[in-house]
Design a protein around this ligand. Structure first.
Ligand SMILES: [Zn+2]
Length: 136
């Protein structure tokens, strides 16, 4: 069953830039612009793995039945850790981070997906990632 886009009115602003090494600089996800009142919805059926503050912003992480983890920031979670959520269900809303948090873009949510090996480009799950083509 395909995943659902986590925002109903979103447009992608910034794409993934994979780091050259595991902890190297990069952008581990995409930034989705949205209206301030737009809810963030679960991209798949799963469980709230984490809901709370990380350093200077609120984060929610869902874990799917297959072990994928989807995280959003800065958002205020609607459901506490351990809650079962269904694909398309409202899970969070954009919320203001602390002043030292650097927003990735104006009025947007950072969205990342990872598995046991590391971060993946979320666009891969929505058929929006074009295959690499070698040219001469
Ligand atoms: Zn970002």
């Amino acid at each position: 069953m395909p995943n659902r886009c986590p925002l109903t009115t979103a447009t992608s602003r910034t794409t993934t830039r994979a780091p050259l090494w595991q902890k190297g600089p990069g952008h581990r996800g995409i930034d989705l612009a949205l209206d301030s009142q737009s809810p963030i919805v679960a991209p798949f059926d799963g469980e709230v793995f984490f809901a709370g503050k990380v350093v200077n912003r609120q984060v929610i992480t869902l874990v799917s039945d297959t072990g994928l983890k989807a995280s959003f920031e800065p958002v205020c979670a609607i459901h506490p850790k351990g809650s079962r959520v269904l694909k398309g269900q409202n899970i969070a809303v954009l919320c203001v981070p602390e002043s030292d948090y650097q927003m990735h873009c104006e009025s947007c949510v950072h969205f990342s997906i990872r598995n046991q090996y590391g971060y993946l480009n979320p666009l891969l799950f929505y058929g929006m990632l074009k295959p690499a083509v070698l040219t001469s």
